[in-house]
Design a protein around this ligand. Structure first.
Ligand code: FAD
Ligand code: NAP
Length: 340
């Protein structure tokens, strides 16, 4: 039977460690259980928020509705051909544990995405990415249930409309579907991507001359542990802002005034991606702290909760940063974290 709890603290369920309460709360560990929770929600006419690992959200107030934690489990090799393994993971599987499973079984392609917090179900939401790899590079399809009529749909690659930290589920289908499972198309033969960031340097430090999946995963884990705050110790949701993509024209103008501005031209477009961390540092926020809300000293793109910051205080800091960066560089930073 479906269990609905009332007035539940979400503090341990969001990586920012923000104290906020859900008016109603339930956990779905089967599709039937999930359908029965959706029936209850429909009868109650209460708003619904789907929760995975809570590592990409900021609660600025209590949630006046039902928070549904997706805890569907299971990993299956559903098909293979000459070149690929097709691996289906249920939405409630922990992302990093799933990556480790793939590394162990030699299903190639996810190693650069090691140690990203959260669950499999949220991974297509913002087309998670790191060190030159995005979900879209290895995505085959996903299954999702429509919240209103409970019909189950399969979305292929094209239908997901993946973009930079973006998909159709953050745009026109926002809050309409619950992702149930994701199927990945993972290579049998390795094509390693070590050119990005300092992966090669980390491999050299580990004395690895012939990298494989496991050593790349290890290098990525090591780099991330050195640079990013562990939410177990310091509350955060990773990069708070997206890295802005601006016209080449604006980039050239900015370069004249700020010759050291870094930029990565995006192929076949007239645009350049500028690291938001650089802009935030130039605006004077690296290591900034006001009460328990701050900008992480080693990576200013990460806003942090040093203890008892409210979600509203973190949000306010983000608004101040947006304003300052805009005034200094004529670039409006966009929040990557989902605000509730
Ligand atoms: P949640 O925070 O629970 O949810 C995120 C959004 O997806 C919410 O809107 C929620 O309603 C929705 N949602 C969740 N599950 C489902 C579902 N099954 N169906 C429908 N909607 C759903 N992200 C990157 O892209 N790259 C990184 O390298 C990266 N590094 C990070 C490092 C740290 C230290 C932290 C804290 C975060 C990092 N992130 C990164 C952000 C975050 O880990 C990812 O966005 C992750 O995919 C969020 O997963 P989650 O399960 O925690 O989602
Ligand atoms: P980094 O390696 O210092 O890079 C800083 C910025 O430069 C990022 O905007 C990155 O873009 C860009 N960049 C670096 N090398 C590039 C290249 N060869 N080609 C194109 N763009 C390049 O960044 P970091 O903060 O240490 O993070 C490392 C990786 O993990 C990045 O991919 C980052 O996106 C990811 N990450 C994401 C989150 C999150 O919450 N979303 C949190 C932590 C780390 P991209 O961001 O597009 O890669």
């Amino acid at each position: 039977m479906t269990q609905i709890q009332h007035t539940v603290s979400l503090k341990a369920l969001n990586s920012f460690g923000i104290q906020a309460y859900a008016k109603h709360f339930s956990v779905a560990d089967s599709i039937e259980g999930l359908q029965s929770i959706l029936n209850w929600q429909k009868i109650q006419k209460t708003p619904l928020l789907v929760l995975g690992g809570g590592s990409n959200m900021l609660f600025t107030k209590n949630y006046d509705g039902l928070v549904l934690q997706n805890a569907l489990k299971g990993i299956d090799l559903v098909k293979e051909d000459d070149q690929y393994y097709y691996v289906k993971a249920m939405a409630g599987e922990n992302w990093h544990a799933f990556v480790c499973h793939c590394v162990e079984h030699q299903y190639q392609g996810l190693e650069n995405l090691s140690l990203i917090p959260g669950n499999v179900g949220a991974s297509p939401m913002q087309n998670i990415g790191a060190y030159g790899v995005e979900i879209k590079d290895v995505f085959e399809s996903l299954e999702a249930i429509h919240i209103q009529d409970q019909s189950i749909h399969v979305f292929n690659h094209q239908q997901c409309q993946f973009g930079y930290r973006d998909s159709i589920f953050k745009q026109s289908l926002k809050q309409q579907f619950i992702i149930l499972s994701v199927t990945f198309k993972l290579r049998k033969q390795p094509i390693y991507n070590t050119s990005y960031g300092n992966i090669e340097q980390a491999l050299a430090q580990m004395n690895i001359t012939k990298p494989d999946m496991a050593s790349i995963a290890k290098a990525v884990i090591q780099i991330r542990q050195q640079k990013l705050p562990d939410p177990k110790n310091i509350g955060n949701a990773g990069s708070f802002f997206k890295n802005p993509i601006i016209s080449n024209q604006l980039f050239e103008t900015l370069k004249q005034a700020h010759p050291t501005i870094p930029g990565f031209p995006i192929n076949h477009t007239n645009t350049t991606k500028v690291p938001a961390a650089w802009l935030i540092e130039q605006a004077g926020f690296k290591g900034f702290r006001s009460g328990d809300a701050g900008c992480y000293p080693l990576q200013p793109l990460v806003l942090v909760n040093y203890g008892n910051a409210s979600g509203a205080a973190i949000f306010e800091l983000s608004a101040t940063i947006i304003d300052r960066v805009n005034r200094q560089f004529n670039i409006v930073l966009e929040r990557e974290v989902n605000i509730y």
